[in-house]
Design a protein. Sequence first.
Length: 437
Amino acid sequence: MNSNSKQTGLQKYTLNTLSLFSEHFIRLTVGFLVSLWTIRYLGPDSFGMLSYAQAFAAILISFASLGLDAVVVRELLNEKNREGAVLGSVFVLKFGASLIAFLLIIGSALTIEGVSQQFYLIVLVGGPVLVSAFSTVEYYFQAKVQSHYIVQAKTIALITSSLVRIVLIQMEASLVAFAYAILFDSFVIATFLGIFSQRFGKKFFQWSIDLELVKRFFKSALFLSLNSAMVLIFWNVDKLMLRYLTGDFQQVGVYSAAVKLYELWGFIPVVLCASFFPSILSAKNNATLYKKRLQTLADVLFLVALGLTILGVFFSDLIINLALGAEFSSATGVFSIAMLGNVFVFLGVVGSRYFLAENLEYVLLLRTLIGLICNIIFNYFLIQQYGMIGAAVATVISSFIVAILADVIFYGQAKTIFHIKLNSVIGLIRWKSWLAA
């Protein structure tokens, strides 16, 4: 009986993971090809303008996410009789935050860019924040390990948005038209998430608002929204600083194209952690099993990251030329350097999940803050000296600080996860020694 139960649970998490991976594989195959076509069509300058607008908006939008993903999933698992109250309370918080974020985007863009094409680009690519509250539906399906509904909604949106972009390219549309396409994507996803929630999930009329839950989520969001914001600033500040320190949209475009290729496999740690987080949480009362599951996750991510790094560094010229063409040939150096940060990024995601599981949000916040400050400082000096190559180096160094060095700084709280990461590296060394023998 016990064995069958364990097998059923394992099969459930495995199927959920495969579902998430299949969605991302389809999105990567279709979306990636269309994205490359779009980048080639726009060229370095126009793509640089669009990338800068997205980075600008992303930094302000980050506050609207509230960083409550793992917390809400945890609450849905613990409060199964109050699912409607949990979902309704989170939705209200996220909707209020999204309105504030959109007003900040308009005000900031108007102040910095004035009434210009760049202003309109920023407002358009920032528009998706207005429907971001519908992502609350995803938490419900994640907690139920029913990610295939999220997969279906996003796949439909992907196919629709890809067709729109292909039409725009064939029509030789303007840059602004592609910004409208980004806005359109978000509304399609929100619409289908709403439809699937009504049909297969917790219907909207079953949602309610609980002030106690709102207060609890708000308190968690004080830490987590800052952390979420800092993570997004961490990954976007380089593009902003490249624009302001070099004044060259072409460098921003080439750099952003290289980073987009680098981020191609960034879904792997996110998907694995999101899928197995409920499983890891359920093992918290069993210390041995808890650590074993964390170790397994870290080992897999480390090996995948290492393999991708080796491929990316040695075949960077071929990858850039095939994917982006001669116009973006200068992206090779940026791509090679960025790939070196894979190991730190992958292990960093495991660390983040661990701190959330242990309710150590403040450590997560401080860790990210240290990395962000270092990233800004390194970018400031290295960009002025080396341009976009300097930005890539700054990001890799900062990723190491966040994923590894910060665990040493907060060793008292991070001892367990630090040793898990260390074991992943040592395990590879032992395996190599065994092969050599």
